[in-house]
Design a protein around this ligand. Sequence first.
Ligand code: SF4
Length: 338
Amino acid sequence: MVSLGQPQYRAGQLAEWLYKKRATSFDQMSDLPRDLREQLAGRFSLSKTEIVRVLGSRDTTRKFLFRLGDDSLIESVLIPASPALYGSRSDRRTICVSTQVGCAYGCKFCASGLEGFSRNLRPNEIVDQIIATERESGEKIDNIVFMGMGEPLANFDNLLSAIRIINAPWGLGIGARHITVSTSGLAPQSRKLAEQPLQIRLAISLHGATDAVRNRIMPINRRYSIETLLAAGDDYVSRKKQRLTFEYILIKDVNDSEEEAHLLAKHALRLRAKVNLIPYNTVQGLPWSRPSQDRQEKFLAILREHEVPATLRREKGHDIEAACGQLRLQTKRELQLR
Ligand code: SF4
């Protein structure tokens, strides 16, 4: 605003229109002078994030597929009250957002990585997933998890810019403790995140308690071993004085053995982490499947024997809640067939 020869308070007015009143055109910004609105419209454009598909219904998990300005497709998932999962008891609506179009990390079980990496999302494209979802659902989101498509820490600067907007009182006003960033294993970037002054939460998508298992399903582990990753986790915990979360997708005959459960418990106790167990959602074209219910419960019981706080996702309707990246992949394939 200053560079446009405007008084500074205009920036506050603009933020109010963007993030509180959610204006969709500069024309609506009625307390800005007309010539300024015209100037802004000539130099900038408001994001065009369009919802193309919604799966699920109120009170269940809902998936939103968005089309961005360049026709890229990304997904967000809106998860109803589930205090055991992320955040605190007061969190009612959690959204899982994407940070990249596609993903370069190629985890073997993941639909998002199947077609490789296209590009990083810009900060406005990250924030817009929240705004568009609130608009469509009519609900106020109070908890954010960066666990959708892409590796958030590989888009570090844009992620942080988005988090600042999400957190700021002039932005979406969501507290840092209600924002969780997940990583598949970028140890150095986790340390960099620990240096940020914000009390953002960190979740580690571990999915294996040994290098042998992680090497098999997560190529990133060949660059940063479990020990390197856990040491970065130690650093995060000691700087932030927070509890970490381990995400652990249970995959039949890959990472669901009792031995693996005992080792996972050992890692969790070391970092005072809690563990979210997620039974695998089948991805078309990939060979993996979820373990039997008994085996899932046994795995959970072992963690609890060690007094590790752990949850096992038991919701029904996992066809809708289907693995991250699937809706996008399906839609892309359908569009190509047309
Ligand atoms: S699990 Fe995450 S990091 Fe791994 S390929 Fe999928 S989106 Fe990328």
